[in-house]
Design a protein around this ligand. Structure first.
Ligand SMILES: [Zn+2]
Length: 337
């Protein structure tokens, strides 16, 4: 359970530590944490926007207390390392899946994590003595893509995370939009079919019930009796399997309907896809572009692309938010150049 691994600079030894001891111009460093259903990842991030000293631990799923303790141990360990390197961390940024109240720093609930109205930011502030910023994971990824990734040249875009579920975030004027309940951009729970299957959110016929990796896998199993992961179903699409192709076509059409609605409301110029299923690449983007062109007529249809930052997006978004929380906005803007 408490397996701990170095993931960013494995086996780097003294040399990388020596390099990291001398950041450019003594610029600030933050602790960045990314909490997912399987792993909690952590790293130190400074002026060069490169995660260093990366570690990950398996995400505890037994209790809220264990989950909080695992996050706290990783955070304190990295803060301690930064201290020993002579560049104390100035703040902490945390990205997590779930329904998050970013204003109070509370992790309300999650389908895959043991959040129970957990006052995570306050708890970690007491233990680290640092400002702690908590972000919902799609918004963290969107923030990172806006500054460093595929959204660098777009003021207004939608980030769609196609993974186990379908998450989303809106970037408006270069910043992730929060909304009144922290749910702006949650396109996965847009209802497409009032008679459709019951969703984990309590609604029926949500986009997520057709277009997520879980849905693709479940629907293929319903149709054939074979339980395969979504990636394997996508392989079958490439091979021309008629059932898999039909289900993928359903997923793409559902996405097109939802995205056309988003375009009408938000007038966005770009949609960035992240999450495991974004690896489908052109298999996703080409048919979706065709369907969108037929549905979006008032303005040019948005450009479609896949996320540029991959697995580091959550950490970098958390780092950007942490730096901004203590006034280093200019440093984050400098990442853009
Ligand atoms: Zn739903």
């Amino acid at each position: 359970m408490n397996r701990r691994e170095h993931v960013f600079d494995p086996g780097s030894g003294e040399r990388s530590v020596t390099e990291a001891l001398t950041p450019p111009n003594g610029s600030p460093v933050v602790v960045a944490i990314d909490i997912g259903g399987s792993w909690i990842k952590g790293a130190l991030v400074g002026a060069d926007a490169r995660p260093t000293a990366g570690e990950r631990v398996a995400t505890p799923d037994a209790s809220e207390a264990e989950l909080v303790e695992a996050v706290a141990a990783l955070t304190l360990g990295l803060a301690d390392l930064a201290q020993r390197r002579g560049t104390p961390a100035v703040a902490v940024g945390i990205s997590t899946a779930g329904v998050i109240d970013e204003t109070s720093g509370t992790a309300r609930r999650s389908a895959n994590l043991r959040w129970r109205n957990t006052a995570l930011a306050r708890h970690l502030e007491e233990r680290t003595g640092r400002r702690v910023t908590l972000l919902q994971d799609a918004r963290a990824a969107a923030q990172a893509e806006a500054v460093l990734g595929a959204g660098r040249d777009a003021d207004n875009f939608l980030m769609v995370i196609l993974g186990t579920g379908v998450g989303g975030a809106v970037v408006s004027g270069g910043r992730p939009l929060l909304g009144s309940h922290g749910l702006a951009g949650e396109i996965g729970h847009l209802q497409l079919d009032p008679e459709g299957p019951l969703c984990g959110c309590g609604g029926r016929g949500c986009l997520e019930m057709v277009a997520s990796g879980t849905a693709l896998s479940r629907r293929y199993n319903d149709a054939t009796g074979r339980l395969l992961p979504a990636e394997a179903v996508l392989e079958l699409v490439i091979e021309g399997d008629p059932v898999a192709t039909g289900l993928w076509s359903d997923a793409v059409s559902a996405l097109a309907v939802a995205l056309a609605a988003a375009v009408a409301v938000l007038d966005i110029e770009l949609v960035i896809f992240g999450g495991g299923m974004a690896a489908a690449g052109q298999l996703l983007l080409d048919p979706l572009a065709n369907e969108l062109a037929a549905r979006v007529v008032l303005a040019p249809p948005p450009r479609l692309t896949v996320a540029a930052l991959g697995n580091d997006a959550g950490l970098l978004g958390a780092a950007a938010a942490a730096l901004r929380s203590v006034g280093h906005d200019g440093l984050v803007r400098s990442w853009q150049s």
